[in-house]
Design a protein around this ligand. Structure first.
Ligand code: NAP
Length: 455
């Protein structure tokens, strides 16, 4: 091992930060030394915990305290507002590190190829989530003009989207929801949110905790349809799975509830496959085809089409990763091809290049799963000493000098702490967890303390 192993991690979400932490601990156990530089294209760290987890999920956002400890451990440096492939290239990393780990996640919507999907009023969940989480790179306003809305997919993202659309905005107030988002939601005329699963009520991807939360929304009725239940011939056998049993019990309880008093409704539809977004210059309906079990564990269309009147459609059918310049990419699966985290080009390993998190295995699994993922990747990296890069200049000063020479306004850990404290301070007088600073230039200015922040 070199005197100090130098590793770059691209992506400062949970996957990248866990990888840094596990690497730091593993090298220390071997009696070695490591220095890790985390590069992030946003000025703030924490990836999907800051910009993907819904603002009314403070428990999950709490993961940030553990991630922050890693950033402040002294072994890891943070370089925010640095775009891989623009501000820094693979060749730069080769010149200054022994290896790189890509942990860039998946932030785009998976494509859905049905007629009308590009109509105005048809949106990807990823964009909407970015908006309600105050992502600096999306517009500040969101067109919330529909009274009836369809959400496609029955995963946790679909539930986040449906909940944020149906929830009365005043019930979001103690959270860190950005001010522009509250304003947008307050103007929303929504009365009905329809969530569609293409399979049955026991084939959902969301988790029981997140489902239960819907039933607790104030002044929102949960509406289920009898025709969707008792369709799957294996229903009873499948309830041997505890998670399925819990979900089925929650849904059954809701079916017994009185409805009609609430001003908003959240409908759950199953056995409904989206086939067309209907409309001329805007969405007027979602066309679904009813489905049924095909007897082999899958589904088949029944040929029965129905138009559900809606004025907006949100696709929450999964995320998809983006390719990185100079790094192999599997266009079909949306991942960097790899064997246990070791990046491969065809069948040949690419020396010095590793992947972890959603870019490694696809956009499934909870945040905690990226830990075991990172462990596997780090094991490969440490076993590969003979194929690591030999950097020309491994000095820690080389990177800040390079970024300065290229005119990059990078942010560091001290800058993040400054921004973090600033946001918490903005929230305090209003009894809010924080008020997020949304514009990128303002985030950078506060982090770099070069200008007075505008409120
Ligand atoms: P997901 O869990 O994979 O769910 C995707 C949903 O879209 C599934 O119901 C899937 O149905 C459906 N779907 C896929 N293609 C479709 C198509 N062509 N037409 C209709 N429906 C289609 O993905 P996700 O919701 O994006 O979540 C990603 C990960 O993040 C998950 O592990 C999730 O648990 C996690 N997450 C957790 C939270 C939380 O609060 N705990 C919040 C957000 C995300 P099929 O099953 O039939 O394919």
């Amino acid at each position: 091992m070199p005197t100090t192993l130098r590793v770059a991690v691209v992506g400062a979400g949970p996957a990248g930060i866990y990888a840094a932490d596990i690497l730091k601990k593993a090298v220390a156990e071997q009696g070695g030394e490591v220095s890790i530089d985390l590069f992030e294209h946003l000025p703030a760290p924490y990836g999907l915990v800051r910009y993907g987890v819904a603002p009314d999920h403070p428990r999950i956002k709490g993961i940030i305290s553990a991630l922050r400890e890693v950033l402040e451990s002294g072994v890891v440096r943070f370089f925010g507002n640095v775009r891989f492939g623009v501000d820094i290239q693979l060749e730069d990393l080769q010149r200054h590190y022994n290896a790189v780990i890509f942990a860039t996640g998946a932030v785009k919507d998976a494509p859905l190829v049905i007629p009308g999907v590009d109509l105005p009023g048809s949106y990807g969940a990823a964009d909407f989530v970015s908006w309600f989480d105050g992502h600096p790179d999306v517009p500040r306003t969101w067109p919330l003009e529909a009274e009836e809305i369809a959400v496609l997919g029955v995963g946790n993202v679909a539930l986040d989207v449906a909940r944020m659309l149906a929830k009365h905005p005043e019930d979001l107030m103690p959270t860190e929801v950005p001010a522009n988002v509250v304003e947008g939601l307050e103007a929303s005329p929504v009365t009905d949110v329809h969530v569609f699963g293409r399979r049955g009520p026991l084939d959902v991807k969301f988790t029981p905790l997140e489902l239960r939360e819907l039933g607790e929304l104030r002044d929102v009725d949960m509406v289920l349809y009898d025709e969707d239940f008792g369709v799957d011939p294996d229903e009873e056998a499948r309830k041997a799975n505890k998670q399925i049993l819990v979900i089925s019990r929650v849904l059954d309880q809701w079916r017994q509830r009185e409805t009609g008093a609430a001003s908003r409704r959240l409908h759950l539809h199953f056995w409904s496959r989206p086939v067309e977004v209907v409309g001329d210059d805007g969405v007027t309906a979602l066309r679904i085809e009813r489905t049924r079990p095909d007897g082999q564990g899958g589904i088949e269309g029944t040929g029965e089409l129905r138009d559900v009147p809606v004025q907006a459609v949100y696709r929450a059918i999964g995320y998809f990763s983006s390719p990185l310049p100079g790094v192999p990419f599997d266009e079909l699966r949306g991942v960097i091809p790899n064997e246990a985290g070791r990046v491969v080009d065809g069948v040949r390993p690419v020396p010095g290049v590793y992947a972890t998190g959603w870019i490694k295995r696809g956009p499934v699994g909870l945040i905690g799963h990226t830990k075991s993922d990172a462990k596997e990747t780090i094991e490969q990296l440490l076993a590969d000493e003979l194929s690591w890069w030999t950097p020309e200049d491994a000095s820690p000063e080389a990177i800040p000098a390079l970024l300065a020479e290229r005119g990059v306004d990078w942010t560091d850990i001290a800058g993040w702490i400054r921004l973090d404290e600033h946001e918490i301070g903005l929230g305090e007088p209003h009894g809010r967890a924080r008020i997020k600073v949304v514009p990128r230039d303002e985030m950078i200015a506060i982090s770099r303390a070069t200008e007075r922040a505008e409120r």
